[in-house]
Write a protein that binds this ligand. Structure first.
Ligand code: MLC
Ligand code: AMP
Length: 462
């Protein structure tokens, strides 16, 4: 997978830059070799995935040793960390980039063995480990390289977290497969993107909308070759602002942790706001719609799909249809003329995308219910111009403030899973089965009815 590391594209002192530090491929290989020697023979290992050269060396070390890497969100609180470590059986490894191995050991893992285990949220319960093989990752990166004309001549710039597909698989392994220089900005701020002088830029829609709000930073990207957005829908106004300020029509692509990137616009091709392009080479898609309807669940088949949820065969089986197609849970439509896909929404209200992070409502509700003062909790994602959706928690509680509950979730799970708003209600509206009626909560917040007149349900901010 790491074709650039065999020297075919040459080397340079700043082949890899992360958060202000740079390294050559040779240095990276040496540091990764030291990690590989440490972990050889382990079933899996975990690394605290800060935005750093150490994280890159650890992930590469895992690939060299043939030991799957579990990247831990660096801000994960004890509950989330313990769950991931226990569930994966991974040993947590510290990386010292100054330590180097002369001859990196090579593991005996085959292309279908696990290369990465990424933890991601479902609608209920704690996050599940998504097992990705080297073969699936390489197939995806090669398909994207073709779609985006991504080569060793590029300098890739982004500042995304190194524990998810976008920042880690595309943003690090993609650079090491294509040989493009990588400049990771540490944080994905408009100023950092503007200063980087790259040719290829990756961002989640929140990053692009913040760049579009700073015209000078956006204008600095006009010399780039390609701007790519993904992980959540890019709002059409942001698309248009970017086009006006940078001269580029951003390419959108669609994917999931379980499937990697499967649908994308093409460099040099026609791109339309609100659409995510066509299926990548090797991927087949279909829409499971009611007869006569054009919109339905997007289902997929192809070489980039995951190997399963770690230790959860029932959950893996449930993710597929009887005839073997992966059920994305996203509602989409495909233009019959040109095969261009449009993502319309999610099937489940309990799957939230905030700042490009996938967050299960059930996980936040369970964390809130762990607080001794909380007796009921219902969490929804509310439309937000900056984050796409923002997490709003409705709770029945006494003797605790909203900021205290926000901090409680941030400390237990991770900062990006914290509710941005807490509303205190007298009861969570439920149907006859006792299931929370979240659409009522959402309707009440929008002021479009639903909760109006239902005493106490719209909640009070404290
Ligand atoms: C604030 N903070 C708190 C806090 N309140 N910390 C603890 N407790 C509290 N109560 C701190 C945070 O720790 C952070 O600190 C700072 O405030 C900012 O908070 P944030 O939430 O991190 O920042 P925000 O500005 O909201 O982040 C926006 C963002 C981020 C776009 C930078 O959402 C992001 O990086 N998104 C990328 C997600 C991503 O990569 N998804 C891809 C999934 S893969 P500090 O010190 O950290 O600043 C996928 C597949 C595909 O989807 O298709 O790509
Ligand atoms: P994750 O597993 O974190 O990668 O999240 C996957 C989900 O992100 C998908 O199921 C979609 O809901 C969403 N997503 C990713 N890319 C896009 C996109 N370009 N447009 C709309 N939604 C997207």
């Amino acid at each position: 997978m790491l074709t650039a590391l065999d020297g075919r594209y040459g080397d340079r002192a700043d082949a890899i830059g992360v958060a202000g530090r740079t390294a050559s491929y040779e240095q990276l290989l040496g540091a990764a070799g030291a990690v590989a020697a440490d972990i050889a023979g382990a079933p899996a290992f975990a690394v605290t995935a800060t935005a750093s050269l150490e994280t890159v060396a650890a992930v590469v070390g895992g690939l060299l040793a043939g030991v799957p890497c579990v990247p831990l969100p660096p801000d994960a609180g004890p509950a989330e960390r313990e769950h991931i470590l226990r569930d994966s059986g991974a040993v947590l490894v510290e990386t010292d980039f100054a330590r180097r191995a002369e001859a990196p050991p090579r593991g005996a893992a085959g292309p279908d063995d696990p290369a990465l285990i990424l933890y991601t949220s479902g609608t209920t319960g704690p996050p599940k480990g998504v097992v990705l093989s080297g073969r699936a990752i390489a197939a995806d990166l090669d398909a994207l390289a073709e779609a985006w004309q991504w080569t060793a001549a590029d300098t890739l710039v982004h500042g995304l977290p190194l524990f998810h597909v976008h920042g880690l698989v595309l943003g690090v392994l993609g650079a090491l497969r294509t040989g493009s220089r990588l400049m990771h900005t540490g944080r994905p701020t408009p100023a950092a993107y503007a200063q980087a002088g790259g040719s290829l830029y990756f961002g989640v829609p929140t990053v692009w909308s913040r760049i579009a709000a700073e015209p000078a930073a956006a204008a600095a990207l006009s010399g780039a070759r390609l701007l790519v957005s993904g992980s959540a829908p890019l709002p059409a106004p942001v698309f248009r602002d970017l086009e006006r300020l940078t001269g580029h029509r951003p390419v959108e692509r669609y994917g999931m942790t379980e499937t990697l990137i499967t649908v994308s616009g093409r460099a040099g091709g026609e791109v339309r706001p609100g659409t995510v392009g066509t299926a990548l080479p090797g991927i087949r898609t279909r829409i499971a719609a009611e007869p006569g309807a054009e919109i339905g669940e997007l289902q997929l088949i192809g070489p980039t799909l995951f190997s399963g949820y770690l230790g959860r065969p029932e959950a893996t089986a449930a993710a597929y249809t009887e005839d073997g197609w992966f059920r994305t849970g996203d509602i989409a439509a495909v233009d019959p003329e040109d095969g261009v896909h449009r993502i319309v929404g999610r099937a489940s209200i309990d799957m939230i995308k905030s700042g490009g992070y996938r967050i299960g409502a059930g996980e936040i509700e369970n964390a809130l219910l762990d607080h001794p003062k909380v007796s009921e909790a219902a969490v929804i994602g509310v439309p937000d111009t900056d984050l796409g959706q923002r997490i709003v928690a409705f709770v029945v509680a006494d003797g605790v403030t909203g900021p205290e509950l926000t901090d409680f979730v941030a400390a237990h799970l991770s900062a990006h899973k914290r509710p941005r708003e807490v509303r205190f209600v007298t009861a969570v509206p439920r149907n006859a089965m006792g299931k929370p009626q979240k659409r009522l909560l959402l309707g009440g917040l929008d002021g479009v009815g639903g909760l109006d007149g239902i005493d106490g349900f719209a909640g009070e901010r404290r």
